[in-house]
Ligand binder design. Sequence first.
Ligand code: FAD
Length: 307
Amino acid sequence: MNPLRSMILAAAGNDTVRRLVATAPGTRAVVDRFVAGETVADAVTAVGRLVDDGLFATLDHLGEHTVDEAQAEHAVRTYLGLLDRLQEEGLSSRVEVSVKLSAVGLKLDEKLALDNAFRICAAAGQCGTTVTLDMEEHETTDATLRLLGELRHTWPWVGAVLQSYLRRTEDDVAALAGPDSRVRLCKGAYAAPAAVAYRRGHDVDLSYLWCANRLLAGEGYPMFATHDPRLIRILGERVRWYGRKQGSYEYQMLYGVRPAEQRRLASEGETVRVYVPFGEQWFGYLMRRLAERPANLGFFLRALASR
Ligand code: FAD
């Protein structure tokens, strides 16, 4: 892994860095580029605009690694309120939610996280929308897939995320390419050791394409989450090779990243879903975005320097 990337991801867990970044005057401008706001109302406004532009969205209430039951309950209630608002605004056919199991209690107790995720899925089902379980650090992959399996007994539409940087993903993808499955394929955003993860970008890309082929050959609904122009071009070719019709797969990108490309793909008839984070706990999310792209880091440092 690139040493700068490792350094930023290490800083993401450091409280002193968190305090420094949070209080720096230029931080707000950077946060606003990648995060849709702090409240449910901000989030609903942001996705309303995306839908008006012909896009789909998945909303993520920021917060992870909850070690307090009350905080997990707060996250669940925020999702329940959000789902109500999406239905009231007539957005639930184009907007779903993404949930980090660590935000609803996975670090406290697996059963609590399952019960909480169950409540969110039940509300989503009532609103006519779906839930995707974000994938976090590699130590949580087994538990996340276990809970996904439990939830899918009741709601087969609950989506999984697989990270192509993990060596295990080629096996996981085979297990998840069946009928009704919804799998978001991404490269992976966390620090992971060489024993479990590919370190070279080229290997991560090869694994991505291997997994994409398995998903396209399978019977599920693949969701290709990447901004990588080369991968997007190759995916377009593979989609045609497998005879997949538009609407039987989708592209996904992050809020604030390559917005022109999001609209270009949508204008060609592709389903494009934008991952829209909102909430007060933006630090970990922002650090992962900075680690991905040195240009984002430059933007951040310039904003800090302009105070
Ligand atoms: P990268 O290797 O980061 O970039 C490849 C190329 O893409 C760059 O060279 C550049 O040409 C282009 N590019 C990338 N960023 C930009 C930019 N800001 N502006 C212009 N061009 C750019 N990770 C997880 O671990 N778990 C998850 O649950 C998860 N969910 C995700 C959901 C969505 C919808 C998306 C899009 C990503 C998600 N990720 C998740 C993050 C993902 O794992 C990657 O870290 C992130 O997408 C960066 O990888 P990339 O495929 O875009 O390619």
